[in-house]
Ligand binder design. Structure first.
Ligand code: PMP
Length: 353
């Protein structure tokens, strides 16, 4: 730490993304990326923009906003586009939470507390139930804004829209942020509800279901008033926040609903296949509506399993949080990748017999 660092950042603990080791080739099932390439039209559109990189990108993002709004029957005024949903979350936290604080579940996306410490936001943690589901009733008396991931990060558990509405309706004067990074793998989005509820912001990303993690594009959907506030923050931070190639790739990807449906369907089928096989190997697998599974084995600890799989060239994620330290999180890849993963798991378990 340098002597120049601002005192309020002395204890900042930055977000730790899933590792990207370069020492050998791994089957990468640790960061919930898509195993499929971007839509063909997205690749072409990005390449076309390479020759225009001498020019700034469109600061209004209007064609991209329109494409995203069309998916949910919304208007461009209901959308902010960002450099990944992480950036949108940062703008949301800056715009609406610095004087109010925020509440979120004890097990959820690790970026929320990091943003709180970066921006000096007080946060309250509301424990999930013993089965890791969100108990909406526990938020009844929470008077600061609430953020949930749906499906929830690390667990994959989905909260049905009626329950999300119950959360939103607990107080019209309390903001609810619903992070739908994993909604396209079987869930139903709450984005269409943003005109009904003026206290709702829905966050989505193109990193998972649209195979564009490297492009860094995400959206915030909300009523026009909330989006206008967010756009003011975005323009004060980086008005050209999405580069030309990513903007073109994202818009092209949104127009290819067939490819999207095909990829997300395949992930759901392979997810089911993987869960069944893990169950047969003795694992407890949480019910997931996302592109990953959180699973634990009665005889092998989470960290032990993670390390043994890494040795065999398979990267999964292990979290040290007390409640989930016995689990591994495995992203759903192709059927071939999951067969390699299951084969390695079988070998690791057999070592002890
Ligand atoms: N929200 C959740 C719940 C996530 O798991 C992730 C991915 N790590 C993000 C947001 C961030 O996604 P993006 O790539 O769009 O920044």
């Amino acid at each position: 730490m340098s002597i120049f660092l601002s005192t309020d950042l002395k204890y900042l603990q930055p977000y730790v993304p899933g590792e990207q080791p370069q020492d050998r080739r791994y089957i990468k099932l640790n960061t919930n990326e898509s195993p499929f390439p971007p839509a063909p039209g997205a690749v072409v559109a990005a390449a076309e923009q390479a020759a225009n990189l001498n020019l700034y990108s469109d600061p209004t993002c209007l064609p991209l906003k329109r494409a995203a709004a069309d998916v949910y029957g919304l208007a461009p005024e209901n959308v902010m586009a960002g450099n990944g949903s992480d950036e949108n979350l940062a703008h949301i936290f800056r715009a609406f939470l610095t004087d109010k604080g925020i509440a979120f579940p004890d097990i959820t996306y690790g970026f929320y507390p990091v943003l709180c410490s970066l921006l000096g936001i007080a946060h309250k943690v509301v424990p999930l139930r013993a089965d890791f589901s969100i108990a909406v009733g526990d938020y009844k008396d929470v008077d600061c804004p609430v953020c949930i991931a749906n499906p929830n990060a690390q667990t994959g558990i989905y909260l049905p829209p009626a329950e999300v509405q119950r959360l939103i309706e607990q107080s019209a004067s309390r903001l609810v942020i619903v992070d739908e990074a994993y909604i396209d793998f079987g869930g139903q989005s709450c984005a269409p509800l943003v005109n009904k509820y003026k206290n709702l912001i829905v966050v989505q990303t193109m990193s998972k279901s649209r195979s564009l993690a490297g492009a860094r594009v995400g959206f915030a959907f909300a009523c026009a008033e909330l989006i206008a506030d967010l756009e003011a923050v975005r323009a004060s931070f980086n008005p050209y926040n999405i580069n030309r190639m990513s903007m073109a790739a994202a818009a092209a990807s949104l127009s290819d609903s067939g490819y999207f449906a095909d990829c997300t369907k395949k992930i759901q089928l392979v997810r089911q296949y993987t869960a069944i096989n893990l169950n047969e190997l003795g694992f407890e697998v949480l019910p997931s509506m996302s592109n990953f599974l959180l699973a634990r084995h009665p005889a092998k600890g989470g960290e032990e399993l993670y390390l043994a799989l890494k040795e065999r060239g398979i990267l999964v994620r292990h979290f040290g949080d007390e409640r989930i330290k016995d689990y591994i999180r495995v992203s759903i890849g192709t059927r071939e990748q999951m067969d390699a993963f299951l084969g390695a798991v079988r070998a690791v378990i057999a070592e002890d017999v």
